[in-house]
Each structure stands twice: as C-alpha cells, then as structure tokens.
Design a protein around this ligand. Structure first.
Ligand code: ADP
Ligand code: MG
Length: 238
C-alpha cells in the first residue's frame, strides 16, 4: 500500500480548513493534504469541478454506474483510457476534470491540456529540436487529459505529433480525451483517415467510451429566471 494511503487514515493535524470540493477532508492528514494540493497545481485544471457537483439527473442517458466505476480509478491503475464524447455543453470537460481530481486525490499525478495547447507545445518543441524530451515529459503523468479533440482540424504533421504521444503512452499511462466528434469523423479531424485509424486503434484498445447525448447544461443555466425564456408580465409587453 503506498504511503499516502496509510497516512490518509490518520486524523488531521493543525488548523487546516477543509475545502468544499474534497469529500473526505477529516480523514486526511496535513501532509497528505499538501500532496493533493501540489498535484492539483501541477495538473493545471482549467477549474475544479467534482463528480459530486455533476447533476446526473440532467443527463438521464448518461450511464452513472459507468462513471462511478471510473471514479474508482482502476482504469488509471491499469493504464487504460477513457474517451468522453458528446456535443458542446453537456459536461465533457466537467467529467474529465472531475475524474482528474479523483485521480489526484487517489495519489496519482495528472495533467490537463487542450488539444490545441498540446499541439502548440509539440510543434514548438520540434522547431527547437527537443521533441523527444517534450514527448517524454508528457508520458510522466499517470493520467493525461486532452480536452477538445475535434474543434480544430489538425494538419497531417500536427496529427502525427498527436499519434506519437498516443504511442508513447499506450499501455503505460492513461489518457482521458474528450471530443464533440464521433469516431467516424476523426479522419477529418486528423486530416488523414489512416492516421486517425492508427490513433483510434491504440486509444481504444483498452478504453471505456462515455457517451453524453443530452442537452447542453449551458442553456439550462441561461434558462434561469431573468436570463432567458422568462415570460414578461402583461404590463411589460410592448
Ligand atoms: P463540454 O465540455 O461538454 O462543452 P462543460 O463540461 O464545459 O461542457 O460544461 C459546461 C458548464 O456546464 C460547466 O460549467 C459545467 O460544470 C456545467 N455542467 C455541464 N453539465 C453539467 C451537469 N450535468 N451538472 C452540473 N454542471 C454541469
Ligand atoms: Mg469542454
């Protein structure tokens, strides 16, 4: 059993104030907590969202048992992947971040990148003759989250950089990728159907696919009173 798990059973020490996003703060020692905070910083999540904050009732077609099972982190332990598919606003990034937070809480290193940031970083590294080191660095996190595959089409050269990353991590460390495009459209996204097939082959060999088919949550927020769809009282009508 890794040491962080043993220390997790100790009572907290000092005047540590629990953060709302962590479900079991009382059981965590000060040192354990600092480890989580350090890994959270390194992960560079765009924001912290948890599974507890995810409204499963809003997405009745989403398999919550599957998500709960993923939250158990055995996929990270086995270096398997997760692919989250769905249209914009349905919570793909939320779920990816939430699983990343679970991984960090469970003691794993994680890193979050959009595909755009990733490709920019790899293209620059190649220009500066340090592509191999850049790829190596991206194999260290036990969980790498690559968000937003499909929004920007890649050139074949850029796609081949992504392929090299997938090959490096294959069966060594987990990827979570999110996409608004179905696998059939990945040929277009990667500008090369053969390369897209090779990417999907590695990515999906040991993977769970989470499909979110429902409505955008962003619209739900807008529908709140006063923002959108509010019926005006008679006197306000023009
Ligand atoms: P996507 O990545 O699929 O475009 P996001 O994950 O960015 O969508 O979700 C958009 C916003 O709506 C975020 O603030 C997210 O936390 C929130 N959200 C989406 N789905 C849910 C949900 N089912 N329950 C709670 N918040 C949600
Ligand atoms: Mg998103």
């Amino acid at each position: 059993m890794p040491s962080w798990r043993r220390s997790a059973s100790r009572p907290p020490s000092g005047n540590w104030t629990p953060r709302a996003s962590w479900p079991r703060p009382c059981k965590q020692s000060h040192r354990f907590q600092r480890g989580i905070e350090a890994r959270l910083r390194l992960a560079r999540f765009p924001w912290i969202k948890t599974l507890e904050q995810f409204d499963f009732d809003f997405q009745p077609n989403l398999d919550r048992r599957q998500v709960r099972e993923l939250a158990g982190m055995s996929f990270v332990e086995r270096a398997h992947n997760v692919v989250i598919l769905g249209p914009p606003g349905v919570g793909k990034t939320h779920l990816a971040v939430a699983l990343g937070v679970k991984a960090v809480e469970a003691g794993y290193s994680a890193q979050f990148l959009t595909l755009e940031t990733l490709i920019t970083r790899l293209v620059r590294a190649r220009h500066e003759n340090r592509l191999d080191r850049a790829l190596q660095q991206l194999t260290y996190p036990k969980l790498l989250i690559i968000d937003e595959i499909g929004y920007l089409p890649l050139s074949r050269e850029e796609a081949s950089l992504f392929f090299r990353l997938v090959v490096r991590r294959y069966e060594r460390a987990s990827l979570i990728v999110t996409s608004n495009k179905s696998f059939l459209d990945w040929g277009e996204v990667f500008n090369d159907p053969v390369l897209a097939t090779a990417i999907l082959d590695r990515l999906l060999h040991h993977a769970r696919t989470v499909n979110i088919k429902g409505d955008t949550y962003r619209l739900k927020e807008k529908r709140k009173p006063g923002l959108l769809g509010r019926r005006k009282p008679e006197s306000e009508d023009e």
